[in-house]
Write a protein that binds this ligand. Structure first.
Ligand SMILES: NC(=O)c1ccc[n+]([C@@H]2O[C@H](COP(=O)([O-])OP(=O)(O)OC[C@H]3O[C@@H](n4cnc5c(N)ncnc54)[C@H](O)[C@@H]3O)[C@@H](O)[C@H]2O)c1
Ligand SMILES: [Zn+2]
Length: 362
């Protein structure tokens, strides 16, 4: 088991990465007598892991289970209100504790529920997807979607601790695993050359879910993210590099109605787009760019999609991470090194969008 510290301006907590962590979770959350504990999860995850999860709690201190149906359409305020109502009905007060046991959707919505229930209660992240373990459970961003766009309502609320149990990944659908691994490839490209090399050389073992290989990738990805949010919690500078691949990636997700591609898959296309811009600008060498492209491909196949150039350009313009009048991109300078630029022109954007569409079209 590895323990990775997260230390930001507003919070300090550990991320545990390892195997069979449920007993550790129950030991660490200090089950004060009278404290109500709630587990937010999805029915699918609970069917697979609920029994083992509950077995880690003492008989007299069983948590109350709350359910969120799986899928992005449920990451909405209406669900937050329903769940808060259920907590109130079950007698939750300010000493209540919420455990978000699921993927990024459960984690984001659960964290937000904890942030606003009685103006804030404590919560714990128990991420069950690779993406949630390496990315969304760390950093304190919580929230839900609006009809107008993803994650438009939210708050920063850090958990007491994160328990990334690698055992639970054994039931994760293959496609979800690959999608999450793209975020780890991203972590390697932007800031951790050793992680990149490991993923470059060990794709097979990682995709076979060999425990030691997964542990190495997950721990390194978390360490990278913890470091970055430790330096820049509120995304005013360094944290922006985490958006490598996300400018076009978000646009692809929006232009395809969030249905065709998983988030990580859209990000894979987006990373290829950013690499093309970096190559054309000469900020990265052709040799290193090729290694990055090959490694992204090794975690594929990335599903194809259809979208018009205009639609993607418009969607990229609307990305909330862009400042007015400029198009922000994260461009790799080399393996393990990336930079945020604000001056990507419409012509560069259009060129890379066309190139990606030519490869991605069904
Ligand atoms: N807060 C952040 O910083 C941050 C960062 C990145 C992404 N996100 C958010 O994360 C969300 C995506 O998260 P995700 O990719 O984890 O998707 P998800 O939460 O939808 O989970 C994917 C699917 O896998 C199933 N599942 C989860 N764990 C499983 C397991 N162990 N075995 C079998 N099935 C399992 C789920 O029921 C679901 O159907 C998006 O809403 C995105 O906005 C947030
Ligand atoms: Zn992402």
């Amino acid at each position: 088991m590895r323990k990775i510290p997260v230390k930001t301006a507003s919070a300090e907590y550990p991320v545990y990465v390892g195997f069979g962590l449920f007993p550790l979770l129950t030991r660490r959350i200090a089950l004060k007598s009278g404290r109500r504990v709630f587990v937010l999860t999805s029915p699918e995850i609970w069917a697979l892991w609920g029994k083992r999860f509950l077995a880690a709690f003492p008989r007299g201190a069983q948590p109350t289970t709350l359910f969120l149906p799986a899928g992005e359409p449920y990451k909405r305020l209406a669900q937050v209100e329903r769940l808060a109502g259920e907590m109130a009905a079950a007698g939750a007060d300010r000493s209540g504790l919420l455990i978000a046991f699921g993927g990024g959707i459960v984690g984001d919505l659960g964290g937000f529920l904890a942030a606003i229930y009685m103006r804030g209660i404590e919560y714990v992240q128990a991420p069950t997807t690779l993406l949630a373990q390496v990315d969304s459970s760390v950093g304190g961003k919580t929230g839900v979607n609006l009809a107008a766009g993803k994650n438009l309502i939210g708050s920063f609320h850090h958990p007491l601790a994160v328990f990334a149990d690698i055992d639970v990944l054994q039931t994760l659908p293959e496609r979800e695993l690959r999608a999450g691994l793209y975020e780890s490839v991203k972590a390697g490209i932007i800031r951790d050359a050793a992680l990149f090399r490991f993923m470059e050389r060990n794709a097979e073992a990682i995709l076979r879910r060999e425990p030691a290989a997964l542990e190495r990738v997950i721990a390194a990805s978390i360490r990278m993210k913890a470091e970055v949010v430790g330096i820049d919690e509120r995304e005013s500078g360094l944290r922006m590099i985490l958006n490598f691949g996300h400018t076009l990636g978000h646009a692809i997700e929006a232009a395809t109605g969030y249905r065709r591609l998983l988030h990580g898959e859209a990000i894979a296309w987006g990373m290829l787009a950013a690499l093309r811009i970096a190559r054309k600008r000469g900020t990265v060498s052709a040799g290193e760019a090729e290694r990055m492209e090959r490694t992204i491909a090794a975690y594929g196949p990335t599903p194809e999609f259809r979208a018009s150039v205009d639609r993607l350009m418009a969607a990229a313009g609307r990305d909330k991470k862009n400042r007015a009048g400029s198009r922000r991109f994260v461009l790799p300078r080399g393996i393990g090194d990336a930079v945020v630029v604000e001056d990507v022109t419409d012509a560069e954007m259009e060129d890379t969008t066309r190139a990606i569409l030519a490869t991605a079209r069904l």
